[in-house]
Design a protein around this ligand. Sequence first.
Ligand code: AOF
Ligand code: ZN
Length: 362
Amino acid sequence: MENHQKYMQMAIILAKKGRGLVNPNPLVGAVIVKDDLIIGRGYHQKYGELHAERNALASCTQSPEGATLYVNLEPCCHTGKTPPCTEAIIQSKIARVVVGAMDPNPRVGGKGIEILRKNGITVITDVLEEECRELNEVFFHYIQNGTPYVVMKYAMTLDGKIATYSGKSQWITGELARAQVHQLRNEYKGIMIGVNTVIKDDPLLTCRIEEGRNPSRIICDTHLRTPITAKIVESASEIPTYIGTCSRDEKKMDQFRKKGCRLLPVPQKNEHLNLNDLIHQLGQKKIDGILLEGGGTLNYSALKSGIVDKLQVYIAPKIFGGATAISPVEGQGIEDPSEAFHFKDRKIKILGDDICLEYYKR
Ligand code: AOF
Ligand code: ZN
C-alpha cells in the first residue's frame, strides 16, 4: 500500500511553518521518501530564499537517487530569486514526484511537471489537491489577479450583534477564537479597517503571539478623519501603515507622513473611496492577503464592490439585544432579499463554545 496521502499531509504540515514569513510566495513543504523511510524534509522558510524542494534535498540523510519527492505545489521550472527546482530534482536522480496542486503561476503552470516527465521522472498529481489548494488560497488568488485575497472577519452574538448598544464589544468570543484571530494576523500580510473603527476603538491591530509578526495596517479613510494621535498612527514608524484616502489636503497628509504613515491617494466612488482601486494599489505593494476587520460601513462597501473573497464569522453563544446595537454589516443594505450577497462552500469549526463559519465568494 502506498502512503501518498500520509506523506502529502506531512508536506502540508511542513509548509505551514512558513506562515507569515513567505508572502507573497506560496507555502510549500517537501518530503523525500525511500523504501518507506523519510530521508529528507524541508519547507520554504522565508520569502526570496530557497524553495522547499531544495531544502528537502539538502537535508537528505542518504542519496535521494530513486526516491520519491512529495510536494504540495508543482515544482517550479523558472529562474526567479532562486534557480529552478526541476533542475535540482533531475540532478538528484529522484525517480518519482508526487504533487498536491498545480502552480497557477504563469511562469510554471504545468511546465514544471512536463519537464520532470521529459526527464524520465514519474509524476503523480492531485494528491490531497483540495487541501493543498486551500493551504495556498491566498497565493493562488494573488498570482492570478495581482490583488490581495480579502477575508471579511467578524465576531458576533447569536442575535447578530458586534457590540452592545453602548458600543462595547470586548469580548464577544472566547479565548480559542481570539487566539485563532491572532494566528490570522500573523499569516495575513495586511489588516484593513475603516476610519470609524479607528475613531471609536483606537486599535493597534498587532499580532499578540510569540514570535508572530504584525500585519501591515490599512485604514480606509475617505476624508482623512483619522486622529493624528491614534495608536495606529503613533506606531506607524515601526509597523507599516497605509491610509487610503480621497483627501488631497497635502498639509494634513504630511502630518501623517511625518509619523511614518504611507498615504495612498484613491479616487472617490459615490460617497466612499474606491475599494477596487485601493486593493489594486495594495497588490502592487506585494500585499497578497487582507483581513478585513470592519466596521459595518466598510464591510458593506467591501461586499458591494465585490472585493470579499472569503467570509469568516465567529459566533458566540450570547445575546446582546438592543435595537441600536450594531451589526457586522451596515451601510444602506439591500432592499429585496433577491439582491442578497451569496456565499458557498460552508465550513464549520468548533472553538470551545463558539463556532467559526467560513464561506467563499460565489
Ligand atoms: C516559493 N517557495 O518552495 C516554491 C515556490 O521568486 P522565486 O524564485 O522565489 O519563485 C517564486 C515562485 O516559485 C512562486 O511564485 C511559485 O510559483 C514557485 N514555487 N515558490 O517561494 C517554494 N516551490
Ligand atoms: Zn522552486
